[in-house]
Design a protein around this ligand. Structure first.
Ligand code: TYD
Ligand code: MG
Length: 449
C-alpha cells in the first residue's frame, strides 16, 4: 500500500508547502505549519446525466429571495432586510462578546416560523437551558443537541428536518475526513463545505458561530469567509454594554450597515437610536470634546470625540488613539500643526471616541480637528454645535455624502449649529448650517469664543 500523500498547511493563512517550515513565507508567522493528508479519492470524468444544466442568463426566472424578518430591527437591517432562506451566515467575534446569546434569541424568534436546531459543541444542554430561561420568555420549538461530529449532525438534520440551524461554534466541529484537530484550517474548511452543501441542497438557513483569533480573523485564515454568503462581526468592548453587529460581506445586501445592541441581564436589547445613547454622558462645557456626525451604512450616528492634550514628561511626545485609525489621527495632527501653527511638539495627545465606537468614515475628521483645537485652546465647543466633514492634507474641508440626512439627525438631537463642508444643501429650519472651506475658519471661530 502506498503511503498517503501529505502536505504542510499554514494554520494562519492557508499557505501550502510540501515540506515543513518554521516560518511561513506568506504571512511571516512562526510555527504555524501542520501536516495534513491530501484526499486521494478524487474522481475524474463523469456521465452525461451528472452534468448540471446550462441555461441562458436572460431565460432564467428571477425572483426575490425569500426573507424572514426576525423582528429585531437592528439585526434584520444588517442582513439587508431579514434572513434569506437557505443562506449560510458566519457570525464572528471575540469569545464572550455575546454571539451565543444573540443567536439563541434569534433561534427563539425563528422558531415561530420553522423548526430550529441549535447545535452546541461548547456548552452542555443544561447550560444553554439556564441561559434560555433568562432571556426567552416562552420557549417554542427549539431542538438542542450537543454534538461535534459533522456527520452525526447531518444525521440529526435528516431526522429533524429543521429550517434553521445554528452551529456553535465552527472551531469545535470536526470531520473524520481530516486527521487534524478541530479548529485547524482543513477541519474548518471541510466542515464548512458540509454545511454549505446542507444549506444549498435543502434550503436550510445555517448560522455558523466562529471565534476570532487575536489578529482578528476567524479560524486563522480567511478561507471561511469565501465560502459563506454573509459574514457578520459582533464587536464591542466586553467591559461596556454596547455591542455592534457589522456586515463585512453580504451577498444579499449592503455591507456598510451596523446594528447596535446593549447587553442587559436578560439578553441583548436592540438600540434603536444609538446617537441618543452615545451622547447621553456628554459633559456640559468640557474643553477638548466635539460631537461628530458619521454615516454608518444608511444611518447617521452622532458621537462624541474626546481629546486630551498634556505636557509630555518624556523626550518623545505620545500619540494615542482609540476608535479612529492611528495613522489618520497622526496625519490630522500634522495638518493642524502645519496649517494652524499650533505647537504640539511638547505635548502628548490622546484621542478617543466615547462609548467604544470605531469609526472609519472620513467625515469624522472635522470632529477630531475641532476636539483637538478645543483642547489646545482650552475652550469648550458650544454645546449646540456639531461637525461633519473630511479634512485634506492642505487643511481644506472636503465634501461628504448624505449631508442632508446628517443635518436632519443633528437637528433631531437638539443641535442648532452644524459645521459642514462647502456644499449645496437646502436650508433646514431650526438648524444653522456653517459651511467652511478650511480648518482655519474653525480655529478662528473657537478662538473668538
Ligand atoms: P456569550 O453569548 O456566551 O458569548 P460568546 O458566545 O460570544 O462567547 O455571552 C457571554 C457574556 O454575556 C457573559 O460574559 C455574560 C454576558 N451575558 C449578559 O450580560 N446577559 C445575559 O443575559 C447573557 C445571556 C449573557
Ligand atoms: Mg458561545
Amino acid at each position: 500500500m502506498s503511503k498517503p500523500k501529505t502536505k504542510f498547511i499554514c494554520q494562519q493563512c492557508g499557505f501550502e508547502s510540501i515540506k515543513w517550515m518554521g516560518k511561513c513565507p506568506n504571512c511571516d508567522e512562526w510555527n504555524t505549519f501542520v501536516e495534513e493528508t491530501i484526499a486521494s479519492n478524487f474522481k475524474t470524468g463523469c456521465n452525461d446525466t451528472e452534468l448540471n444544466k446550462v441555461e441562458l442568463l436572460r431565460d432564467i426566472q428571477s425572483k426575490d429571495e425569500d426573507r424572514v424578518k426576525t423582528g429585531i430591527g437592528e439585526f434584520d437591517r444588517v442582513l439587508g432586510g431579514g434572513i434569506v432562506q437557505g443562506s449560510l451566515v458566519l457570525v464572528g467575534g471575540d469569545p464572550g462578546i455575546g454571539k451565543s446569546t444573540l443567536l439563541l434569541q434569534i433561534s427563539d424568534l425563528m422558531s415561530r416560523y420553522m423548526k430550529v436546531l441549535y447545535v452546541s459543541g461548547e456548552e452542555s444542554l443544561r447550560q444553554i437551558k439556564l441561559r434560555a430561561d433568562r432571556i426567552i420568555k416562552n420557549i417554542q420549538e427549539i431542538y438542542l443537541v450537543s454534538e461535534t461530529s459533522i456527520h452525526k449532525i447531518e444525521k440529526h438534520v435528516e431526522r429533524i428536518i429543521p429550517g434553521f440551524i445554528i452551529i456553535d461554534s465552527i472551531q469545535t466541529m470536526f470531520t473524520d475526513e481530516s486527521s487534524t484537530i478541530p479548529g485547524s484550517v482543513s477541519q474548518v474548511r471541510q466542515v464548512t463545505q458540509h454545511l454549505l452543501r446542507l444549506a444549498k441542497q435543502n434550503g436550510i438557513t445555517i448560522f455558523i458561530i466562529g471565534h476570532v483569533t487575536k489578529e482578528g480573523a476567524i479560524a486563522g485564515p480567511r478561507v471561511l469567509e469565501h465560502m459563506v454568503d454573509t459574514v457578520l462581526y459582533f464587536e464591542g468592548d466586553r467591559s461596556q454594554t454596547f455591542r455592534i453587529l457589522r456586515a463585512v460581506k453580504n451577498r444579499f445586501g449592503s455591507t456598510n450597515e451596523i446594528g447596535v445592541f446593549e447587553m442587559m441581564t436578560d439578553g441583548l436589547k436592540e438600540v434603536k437610536n444609538p446617537s441618543e445613547l452615545l451622547l447621553s454622558d456628554r459633559q456640559f462645557n468640557a474643553a477638548g470634546t466635539a460631537v461628530v456626525n458619521c454615516m454608518e451604512g444608511t444611518r447617521p450616528i452622532m458621537m462624541e470625540v474626546q481629546s486630551l492634550i498634556c505636557h509630555t514628561n518624556f523626550g518623545i511626545p505620545r500619540r494615542m488613539s482609540t476608535g479612529i485609525e492611528y495613522n489618520k489621527f497622526v496625519l490630522l495632527l500634522a495638518v493642524i500643526e502645519k496649517k494652524l501653527r499650533l505647537n504640539l511638539s511638547q505635548s502628548d495627545v490622546y484621542i478617543n471616541i466615547a462609548g467604544g465606537m470605531k469609526v472609519q468614515e472620513p467625515a469624522v475628521d472635522l470632529g477630531v480637528v475641532a476636539a483637538i483645537i478645543s483642547g489646545y485652546l482650552n475652550v469648550p465647543v458650544p454645546y449646540d454645535c456639531c461637525f461633519t466633514g473630511e479634512v485634506g492634507l492642505t487643511g481644506e474641508v472636503r465634501a461628504v455624502g448624505s449631508i442632508e440626512r446628517r443635518i436632519i439627525e443633528a437637528k433631531k438631537l437638539g443641535f442648532t449649529r452644524i459645521f459642514t463642508p462647502e456644499m449645496r444643501v437646502n436650508n433646514i429650519e431650526g438648524i444653522e448650517i456653517r459651511r467652511i472651506r478650511e480648518i482655519k475658519e474653525l480655529y478662528d471661530f473657537l478662538k473668538k469664543l
